[in-house]
Write a protein that binds this ligand. Structure first.
Ligand code: A1D88
Length: 283
């Protein structure tokens, strides 16, 4: 069964006991706007609610897994025009200052990724090509990351004056020194390096990526449902006791200090550099 959301920015397919959700803006390297994020949320919900689905795979169509947040396509989000869905009480504090951006990023970036991390079914990120900034957030909120040899990972947003992506898991999914290297240099970490750091579970040849990931998902899906859900919660709770959740909350404030600084000096944090300049700077 294959279903597309109304705009096709995410596709949904079930094979065996595995739901495969794919980011689908290949022409923009799967740059994420709110339309995609909400479509992704709907796809995850669909997979959770389908009793026949035991595990979920998250992938990207086209050359790359994801180029991160949309910082320049015609459909990119604008804070003031964002159609808020859940953070309704923020609607009552006006929309002239930081509130709009804060509401949007709380919900669409940090909030959604945390919600997906808590899905009661196992989720595997199947990563090929670029997995940059907002792309990391998606991969990190999954339980496993399986990467092809050509995959690379980076968080280059210090170039925009921002201290890392909203879902600030860097020191937990790697280690503090590697996190600083990733942030201070903006360098791309190869799949092998990410594997050595413990960020990635398996690295496989590109041609074998899908087969390997789907086999893994089916194998995991054969485990008892409740056992899996509890084991997932157990590990997530352990990470939170090691400070992940509270750390992210505290860094979210620094993130917004950076946005406020950029606004104060007359820059647009994200669109300011633009995707082309970011791509050029990373070479
Ligand atoms: C807190 C912030 C969080 C964030 O996530 S900020 C976003 C950070 N992301 C980046 O810095 C990635 C920038 N993009 C790249 O480095 C490269 O791209 C890639 C390595 C991902 C892919 O390279 P290649 O395969 O050669 O494609 P291409 O020709 O550079 O891009 C194809 C089209 O996709 C657009 N695009 C790429 N990334 C983004 C993006 N993140 N937001 C919006 N558009 C993007 C380009 O501009 C271009 O578009 P056109 O065909 O119209 O020239």
């Amino acid at each position: 069964m294959t279903l597309n959301d109304s705009d096709g920015v995410v596709t949904y397919e079930v094979r065996g006991t595995t739901a495969i959700i794919r980011l689908n803006r290949p022409e923009y390297r799967n740059a994420q706007n709110s339309k995609m994020t909400y479509a992704l949320d709907a796809a995850f919900t669909r997979a959770v609610e389908d009793d026949a689905v035991k595990a979920i795979v998250l992938a990207g169509n086209g050359k790359h897994f994801s180029a991160g947040h949309d910082i320049g396509t015609p459909e990119r989000d604008a804070d003031q025009s964002f159609e808020r869905k859940a953070v309704v009480w923020w609607d009552h504090v006006g929309a002239e200052g930081v509130d709009s951006r804060f509401a949007r990023e709380s919900e669409v970036y940090l909030g959604m990724c945390r919600r997906w991390r808590e899905l009661p079914k196992p989720v595997i990120a199947m990563v090929h090509g670029a997995c940059i900034a907002g792309g990391l957030m998606l991969a990190w909120s999954c339980d496993f990351i399986v990467a092809s040899e050509d995959a690379f990972f980076s968080d280059p947003v210090v170039r925009m004056g921002i201290p890392g992506v909203e879902y600030f898991a860097h020191p937990w999914v790697t280690n503090p020194r590697a996190a600083k290297e990733m942030l201070f240099t903006g360098d791309r970490f190869t799949a092998r390096r990410a594997y050595e750091l413990g960020m990635v579970n398996h690295v496989v040849e590109r041609e074998l990526l899908e087969e390997h990931t789907l086999n893994l998902a089916e194998r995991i899906g054969a485990m008892p449902r409740l056992g899996l859900a509890l084991a997932k919660k157990a590990v997530n709770q352990s990470e939170d006791l090691q400070g992940l959740r509270a750390g992210m909350d505290s860094v979210f404030g620094l993130h917004h200090a950076a946005h406020a600084h950029n606004a104060e000096v007359g820059k647009d944090s994200l669109a300011g550099m633009g995707a082309k300049n970011m791509a050029e700077a990373a070479k």
